[in-house]
Structure formats: C-alpha cells, structure tokens
Write a protein that binds this ligand. Structure first.
Ligand code: NAP
Ligand code: ZN
Ligand code: ZN
Length: 350
C-alpha cells in the first residue's frame, strides 16, 4: 500500500487565514483504518488553536476534530471495522495505552495523549492533521462507530461538543428529577440542553443573549435565565444539582456558584486560564459545593454517548458550509452567529 495524497485546509501561522493545503497520510499500519471524511464540525477550540490562544502551536495546522466518514481501507489486524462502515473520529488519535488513565478508559487524561491535530504521532514523530481534509488514517482503538439511524452531518458535532457535555452529565448521574443548567447557548451549550433533556432532567439555560429564548425552548430547555439580570439570577438561587459552564472567555463564576443547590457542582469546560474575579470559597465550604472541570471523554464513554444519541435520536442543529467559506465561518462563530454548529461538507474540497 502507498501513502494517500490528501487535500486539506491549513493555517500557516496564528495570524493567517486557512488556505488549501495538500499533504500525505501514512501508509496503513496493522491496526489502522483509512477513512474518507464526509463531514467535519467546526469547534470553537479550532479557533483557539489556530490563533494560538492557549500558547505556542505547530504549523501548518489542519484543524478539525468532529469527523464523520466512511471506512475506505483497513489494516490487516483490524477487527472492529469493515470497509463502507460509517465511523467517527474525535479529539484524540492515540495515547500511551498503558497508564492508569488509559486503563480506566480515560485516554483524554493520559499524559501522552495525541490530539487529532497539531500534535506528534507517537511512532514516526510526524505532525497530526485533522478533519478539514478528505481522508484520515487512525488506529481502530480511536475510531467510533456511528449508529445507522443518525443523520451523518448532524452527528459530526457529537464527537467533541456531544461528548464534552455527556461526560459530566454521566459523572453526576443526571436523570429524571435532577436540575441541570448550561451556561452559553453555542455548539457545546445546545448539545448540553438536548442531552440533559434526553436523560430526563429539568434543564435551564443561562445566556447573555436576549433573543435565544425561543431556540432554547425548542431545543428542550424548560427555563431560560438572562445572566445579566440580577433579579433573574436571584430567582434561581440554590437551585441546580449541576451546572456546565461553556463560556470560552474569562468571566465571573461567583454569581453561578450561588445558583447551585447544596452539594451541587459547577463544571468548567469552556475557559482555559486564570479566573477573575477571585472565586469566593464561602459557598463552596458552607454548602459543600464543587467547582471543577472536564475534558471531552474517553473512547468507551464516547461510544456510549453515540449509542445513547442513536437511541434518543439526538444530533446537532447545524449550518452546513463549503470548505472555501471556512474563514467566514470562523468570523461568524466568534460573534456567536451560528445555529448552533457549523459543519463542513467535505465533498466541497474535491
Ligand atoms: P461557541 O459555539 O462559540 O459557544 C460559546 C457560547 O458561550 C456562546 O454561544 C455564548 O452563548 C457564550 N459566550 C460567548 N462569549 C461569551 C462571553 N464573552 N461572555 C459570556 N458568554 C459568552 O463555542 P463552543 O464550540 O461551544 O465552545 C465553547 C468553549 O468550550 C470554547 O472555549 C472551546 O474551546 C471549549 N471546549 C472545551 C472542550 C472540553 O473538552 N472541555 C471541548 C470542546 C470545546 P450566549 O450567547 O448564550 O451567552
Ligand atoms: Zn472541540
Ligand atoms: Zn496513557
């Protein structure tokens, strides 16, 4: 077998737009699956990485970690997948496979986990390139199977936005009778509402934006609280068992901590950095509240999430676009002008 020629879109620096970029995918190893990419979601994380928001990055960078495609070829040792099957790839393509995190199916917390793009392959040291491209080669351990009934384009955002919200919902045993709130109605937030609702919870959206209420109710929210309104914030004091905070930038979490019920937890998934103003510990100590964080989910949990979405017919609300419009989509996403996830139709790259 020969390495595959691939067409993609790459950023060449933190200041540059994404432009067409051709490269090679590796020849298949025994456990590899070669996938024709059909759709790739655009996550806010792609923009953080392209623009170097979280520190130095390696370029050229081909972003994209919400990948849906069909199996084109399998290596001789592959047992889980067959040619033609619908599959997905999320935020990671390898890990050490033997540390405690890997053994406990939490590969995302492995010190050596290999992100889908902007990282280095553990065997040959080459740069990893993500889903804004027409093919990808990934070890079968990091490939997910997609339930047949799901719309494939709508399923793409499940691979990151979906699992990022599902994992804390599961960790806090969300089910009927529990009260869940989601902060921010974007790509992650809208999946959080859908998933929490499908688990039977009573769901509240915290939003800065007046005007998203109608959509929030349609997506499954029972209540909407405008976070800039003191009276609305007071009306939900000591209410929630779980709050998942998707806001990408620094913000004051203290008003949200007040809305947790005793023993409740606020899980940060959006902002990487130093929170300001300072977090007041009184509410944490006096009411046993938890302030914590969460990163995507392991492979086993991601498959459980996809199967759950298959059973409950949960997919993202998407706006489909051609790859040539990717830079425009980034500008719109930065203005929260998307309902509620962009997905690239990868046929447009051919
Ligand atoms: P998104 O689609 O841009 O949604 C973010 C939402 O946050 C917006 O729709 C907006 O909702 C709210 N928001 C935006 N700017 C804000 C501001 N300045 N102050 C307050 N609220 C603001 O982004 P996304 O793709 O959902 O990603 C959200 C964050 O999660 C990003 O930082 C991303 O990198 C991170 N992420 C983390 C993980 C993980 O594993 N932990 C996985 C994926 C993404 P309203 O208009 O309703 O307020
Ligand atoms: Zn993501
Ligand atoms: Zn490991």
């Amino acid at each position: 077998m020969m390495p595959s020629q691939v067409k993609g879109y790459a950023a060449h620096s933190s200041e540059s737009d994404l432009v067409p970029y051709s490269f090679e995918r590796r020849d298949l190893r025994a456990d590899d699956v070669e996938i024709e990419i059909l759709y790739c979601g655009i996550c806010h994380t792609d923009i953080h990485h392209v623009r170097g928001d979280w520190g130095p990055e390696e370029y050229p960078m081909v972003p994209g970690h919400e990948i849906i495609g069909r199996v084109l070829k399998v290596g001789e040792g592959v047992t889980k997948f067959i040619v033609g099957q619908s599959v997905g790839v999320g935020c990671l393509v390898d890990s050490c496979r033997e540390c405690g995190s890997c053994e406990h199916h939490q590969e995302q917390y492995c010190d050596e986990f290999v992100p889908t793009y902007g990282s280095r392959d553990r065997h040959d040291g080459t740069l990893t390139f993500g889903g804004y491209s027409d093919k990808i080669v990934v070890s079968e351990r990091f490939v997910l199977s997609i339930p047949e009934n799901l719309n494939l384009a709508g399923a793409a955002p499940l691979l990151c936005a979906g699992i990022t919200m599902y994992s804390p919902l599961k960790r806090w045993n969300i089910s009927a009778g529990k009260k869940v709130a989601v902060i921010g109605l974007g790509g992650l937030g809208h999946m959080g509402i859908k998933l929490a609702k499908a688990m039977g919870a009573e769901v509240t959206l915290f939003s800065r934006s007046k005007g998203k209420e109608e959509d929030a109710y349609r997506l499954g929210a029972d209540h909407v609280v405008i976070s800039s309104s003191e009276s609305q914030m007071l009306s939900v004091k000591s209410s929630f068992d779980l709050i998942i905070d998707t806001v990408p930038y620094n913000h004051d979490v203290n008003p949200y901590l007040k809305t947790l019920a005793p023993d409740g937890a606020l899980v940060l998934v959006g902002f990487f950095g130093a929170l300001e103003p300072t977090v007041q510990t009184a509410a944490l100590i006096a009411r046993g509240k938890t302030l914590t964080g969460s990163l995507i989910g392991g492979l086993e949990e991601t498959q459980q999430m996809l199967d759950f979405c298959g059973e409950h017919n949960v997919t993202a609300d998407i706006e489909m676009l051609d790859i040539k419009d990717i830079n425009l989509a980034y500008e719109r996403l930065l203005k929260s002008d998307v309902k509620y996830r962009f997905v690239v139709d990868m046929n447009s790259i051919k």
